[in-house]
Design a protein around this ligand. Structure first.
Ligand SMILES: *[C@@H]1O[C@H](CO)[C@@H](O)[C@H](O)[C@H]1NC(C)=O
Ligand SMILES: [Zn+2]
Length: 420
């Protein structure tokens, strides 16, 4: 009898699981200050070990945050010191920093869909479906792709009239960056309900293809009872038993060239092949089908307050870089109008780091649109290790200022005849 109980208890633990915790995990900021330091850090990337890198380290000078299990801290410091890696200890209990959201997830929610909090995937999908019922002449739901765990990549097309040129909004490629989907769904709501003339102009004179969740499995996992708040990737099982591919390194454009990892388990693993992930493959096919219908593509990530444009794999600028710069200028100026929020940015390669296989490079590189941008939303500082955990009180202000910026972006692109 005892045996049965024990077996059942174990089975239950496996089925129900619990959320990944980071009690007493130490957070280090490490810098690949030399070739030797870079090599050591690359050796220790990989999430199933006691050293959990939150971003990839691919070139000299790059920094990353690393969560280190309590039992491995002295070992880790020893390695860093022997390879002369510059580092600072940022935090001695990582769990403390995410605990408030963990508690929030367990609290039953009441009331309708709004932007006072982050939502489960299903809540956002139901909300989108309810919009299609409420506004049947304006909104149509679209299955833009599928996922490894058999979910839909659900989006909507919003169209007030025939003949509009289209704009594509993509959120949630990296699942732990919760503000992206929240902001994208906020825009959709504003397009339907706002009386602000600038928003009405945007809403009614363009067709909008809006996909808050480009990586639904990953997002669901960041909120699941057996999930991990810090999950960034897809959830496909890899040959070595690790899970996930970085979906923003998996698009078939200069795939796997720079700023990627070739090792499953690493945070920036590019996959076994370009479009190895059903999410990127199926969504890209849908996007390709929109060629001629969309003129602008925008991807929403967080964090660090950047507006970015192609390319990530090379310093070389797009042929229309002057237009990109002009539109970038307008967008960055507008984002600060309301709350003084400061953005920087530019071409991905120079503004942040070399990285290939991202969605905007693929969209632009394959000529689907002549303009493709990415936002890295609040907060600003790269020194905040848990920056993708933006307090829910900031969802609305962040979304408002980003919509100001989006309006400026579209209007500047219009001036430059991109919608003719
Ligand atoms: C963008 O703004 C910068 C700084 O204000 C300015 O130097 C540059 O000429 C602008 N570029 C374009 C293309 O408008
Ligand atoms: Zn991201």
């Amino acid at each position: 009898m005892l045996k049965i109980v024990v077996v059942l208890a174990i089975a239950f633990a496996i089925v129900s699981g619990e959320r990944v915790r980071y009690d007493n995990y130490h957070v280090f900021n490490v810098k690949a200050s030399s070739q030797e330091a870079l090599e050591l850090l690359q050796k220790y990337q990989g999430i199933n070990k006691n050293f959990r890198f939150l971003s990839g380290v691919h070139s000299e000078g790059q920094e990353a945050f690393v969560l280190v299990a309590p039992g491995s801290v002295s070992e880790f410091i020893g390695k860093l010191e022997s390879s002369k890696v510059e580092f600072t200890l940022v935090e001695t209990n990582a769990q403390k920093e995410i605990e408030d959201e963990e508690k929030d997830l367990l609290t039953p929610k009441s009331g309708g869909y709004d932007w006072s909090d982050y939502h489960d995937l299903e809540e956002t999908y139901s909300w989108m479906e309810s919009l299609a019922e409420k506004y049947p002449n304006l909104i149509e739901t679209i299955v833009g792709g599928k996922t490894y765990e058999d979910r839909q990549i659900l989006g909507v097309k919003l169209s007030y009239k025939k003949g509009n040129k289209g704009i594509f909004l993509e959120g949630g490629m990296h699942s732990r960056e919760w503000i992206g989907p929240a902001a994208v769904s906020y825009f959709l709501n504003e397009f339907l309900t706002s009386t602000d003339p600038a928003i009405r102009d945007l809403a009614e004179n363009y067709d909008w293809y809006i996909f808050p969740h480009a990586n639904p499995d990953g997002y669901a996992y960041t909120r699941a009872p057996d999930g991990d708040r810090l999950w960034r990737m897809t959830r496909s099982k890899q040959n070595n038993g690790c899970y996930g591919v970085d979906p923003n390194r998996n698009w078939d454009f200069h795939w796997r060239e720079v700023g990627i990892s070739e090792v499953p388990c690493d945070e920036t693993f590019a996959g076994e092949s370009a479009f190895s992930e059903i999410e990127t493959k199926s969504l890209s096919e849908y996007i390709k089908s929109l060629k001629g219908k969309i003129e602008l593509y925008i991807s929403f990530h967080s964090f660090s307050q950047y507006v970015l444009y192609p390319y990530g794999h090379t310093k070389r600028l797009p042929d229309n870089f002057k237009d990109y710069q002009q539109i970038y200028n307008a967008s960055v100026e507008a984002v600060g109008k309301r709350y003084g929020t400061k953005y920087t940015g530019g071409n991905i390669h120079d503004a942040i780091y070399a990285a290939s296989g991202g969605s905007i490079d693929w969209v632009f590189g394959h000529g689907i649109t002549k303009l493709a941008f990415a936002y890295e939303l609040r907060p600003s500082s790269l020194k905040v290790w848990v920056g993708f955990k933006l307090p829910k009180e900031q969802i609305i202000p962040t979304s408002e200022e980003t919509l100001d910026s989006l309006i400026a972006m579209v209007n500047e692109a219009k001036k430059l005849n991109y919608f003719d």
